[in-house]
Each structure stands twice: as structure tokens, then as C-alpha cells.
Write a protein that binds this ligand. Structure first.
Ligand code: PMV
Length: 342
């Protein structure tokens, strides 16, 4: 007997960042974070199959079998949790495909974790809502929980030890303020030097600025939610840039320092400040995760101006325009191939 389902999910970009956990195993953050879910110009499609024909579990990523280690092992632990919920004993075959333009250096852990938990729950016919999906995906990769909804999303840090009040909620859907988009400027295609799990633990252990960072990020989350509801781009843009700079300040204060930005990233920062100053209002805002690639949050009417500005900066390899997405969905198109059966 076989049960199969396929899900599609997209990444999200944090406007207010999560960096540091209060519980490593359950992935519970120290502060709320706020993000935009991206559309399917960047996406993961995952098929999950439970079958008594399988002799073992197997996990294929982009066509090749993946070792169960690191992020994949954490995702597999969450899958075991889902099997337990459904009292499922059969082996599982997972195939996951990313359609991110190749070599972009964009993280697929958020879209990958969300697509995996959605497909697994759906194959096992578990009745689960977006909040439940966000709590499962959170345990695979923290930021993944925010991909449970489209539009603008807030991940509540919660305070319970068991994580029961740490999940994502939608601030506003993708129609509320759809002028706001993300232009990704790819600066470096390599994997990040220090993975976010290790980096976050090191920051918590060594940065004296970190205690203040948690308070500041929490204030930023409230302010960002208000700016989004009121559609105040001027205020949101200021917050996004201040927030990214603040997270990178504690990263720099980590010992040894976590220096994710490079000279091209810095040129983008200067260029955006210049653009905003010369126009007398906020045209765009930059934000960077744990890497040098820039996400430029702007409005549709400014795409041409921002893209032209980016094209003038030496060292940018690729520019991808993403609109707001509508959250994960099921699909009929399986990505499992016959030769993947083990
Ligand atoms: O979910 P992780 O472990 O990949 O951590 C993500 C951390 C940042 O991308 C830097 C910020 C965020 O909130 O997405």
C-alpha cells in the first residue's frame, strides 16, 4: 500500500530577524520576527511517499540521494514525529526539488522544511492547519515556520517551555500591500562560512550586545507590524535597514566575529542610502541574512530605478525580482522517479 502527496512552498525574507534561540532542540527564538513570503519565482517542490515496498528511508534533494546529516537530519526527526502522530510504520521516500536559479546562494531550508511537513501530513491524511504546519516546520528550521502563510507574517517567540505558543501568524495577506516586493541581488554564490545554527549559538555565548539586541528586535517587530498594517513605507524602510544593521552588529560582536557582509554588500548599503537621500523619501531598504546577498525591499513603481542602480554596482552577479507569495499549496505533480525506489 502506498500513500503519497506533493507540496510546494516558498522561502521568506525576514524584515525583523531571528538570531538566537532560547531552546535549541525545539527551536524557540528569543524574539519575535517579521517576514514577507516570496512568490514562486523561488520555490521547493517536495513529494513524500510512504510505502511497504520500500526497504529503508531515503531522501533525495535535486535528484541525488542526500546523507541524513545536519539540516536534513533535523528535518528527518520532524518527519519521525509526524509518523508517530499518524501511528505510521512504513518507510518513507522523500524527493525535493528547488527551482531557485542555480548557484544563487539562497537558502532553501525554509521552503524545503515547509514543503516537507506539508507533504508528509497530507500523505498521512493528518488534519493540520497553517498554525500546526508552522509549529512542525519550526522544529526543522526556525525561519521555515514563517513560510506557513502568504503575505506578511510574524513568528511569535512564545514563552512556554514546550513551544506550544511559538508559531507563525499572518499579519496581512499578499493582497493587502502587494506593491511591496523584494529584489534579490546575488553577490556571492558560495555556501555561508558559518552555518546559522552554530553562528547563533556563538553569538549567544560571546556577544555582550546580545541582551540588548533581543529587546531591540522585539520593539522592531511591534513597530514593523504597525507600519505594515498602516502601509507606511517610509517607517517600514527605516526599520528594515536599522534592524539588519543591528543583527549584523551583534554578529560582528560575536567572538570570533561573524562577518557575513562583503565589500559589494557594503556598496549596496551606501548606494541605497544615496538613492533615498537624493529622492528625499524612502525608495528602498536593504536587508541581509547570514550572507552577503542583498534583499532590497521596495515598491513596484520603483523597480526600474532600483534595478538600474544595482546594475551600476560592480560585483553583483544576478538580480531576481520576487513578489509576495500566497503560502504553501498541494500539487498533483510528483517529483519521485522510478529509480529512487530503494
Ligand atoms: O532558520 P535558520 O536557522 O536558517 O536561521 C535564519 C536566520 C536569519 O535568516 C539570519 C534570520 C531570519 O529570521 O530568517
Amino acid at each position: 500500500m502506498e500513500d503519497i502527496a506533493t507540496a510546494i512552498a516558498t522561502p521568506n525574507i525576514a524584515l525583523v530577524k531571528y538570531w538566537g534561540k532560547r531552546n535549541d532542540r525545539l527551536i524557540l527564538p528569543e524574539n519575535d520576527s517579521v517576514s514577507i513570503t516570496l512568490d514562486e519565482s523561488v520555490k521547493t517542490t517536495t513529494t513524500v511517499l510512504f510505502s511497504d515496498r520500500l526497504s529503508r528511508d531515503a531522501f533525495y534533494i535535486d535528484g541525488s540521494e542526500s546523507k541524513i546529516e545536519g539540516v536534513t537530519a533535523t528535518a528527518m526527526d520532524v518527519l519521525m514525529q509526524i509518523k508517530k502522530m499518524a501511528n505510521e510504520k512504513r518507510h518513507v521516500l522523500i524527493a525535493s526539488e528547488n527551482t531557485f536559479p542555480s548557484g544563487t546562494g539562497l537558502a532553501s531550508s525554509a521552503s524545503g522544511s515547509m514543503a516537507l511537513v506539508y507533504a508528509a501530513c497530507s500523505a498521512l491524511k493528518l488534519e493540520i492547519d497553517a498554525k500546526g504546519l508552522s509549529m512542525l516546520a519550526r522544529q526543522a528550521s526556525g525561519s521555515a515556520c514563517r513560510s506557513a502563510y502568504g503575505g506578511f507574517v510574524r513568528w511569535l517567540k512564545g514563552s512556554n517551555d514546550d513551544g506550544s505558543d511559538s508559531y507563525a501568524k499572518q499579519i496581512a495577506d499578499e493582497k493587502h500591500w502587494n506593491e511591496v516586493i523584494d529584489i534579490i541581488a546575488i553577490v556571492d554564490q558560495k555556501k555561508k562560512k558559518v552555518a546559522s545554527r552554530e553562528g547563533q549559538a556563538l553569538t549567544k555565548e560571546t556577544s555582550k550586545l546580545y541582551a540588548l539586541r533581543k529587546e531591540i528586535a522585539q520593539e522592531h517587530a511591534d513597530a514593523a507590524e504597525n507600519a505594515i498594517i498602516e502601509k507606511d513605507f517610509e517607517r517600514l524602510a527605516m526599520l528594515i535597514m536599522t534592524e539588519s544593521n543591528n543583527m549584523h552588529a551583534v554578529m560582528t560582536d560575536t567572538f570570533p566575529p561573524l562577518l557575513y557582509l562583503n565589500d559589494v554588500s557594503k556598496s549596496i548599503i551606501y548606494a541605497i542610502h544615496e538613492l533615498n537621500e537624493s529622492s528625499g523619501s524612502a525608495i528602498a531598504a536593504y536587508t541581509f541574512d547570514a550572507g552577503p546577498n542583498a534583499h532590497i525591499i521596495t515598491k513596484k513603481q520603483n523597480v526600474h530605478e532600483v534595478t538600474e542602480m544595482l546594475e551600476g554596482i560592480e560585483g553583483i552577479r544576478n538580480i531576481i525580482e520576487c513578489r509576495q507569495g500566497s503560502g504553501p499549496r498541494l500539487s498533483d505533480a510528483s517529483v519521485i522517479k522510478d529509480e529512487m525506489y530503494v
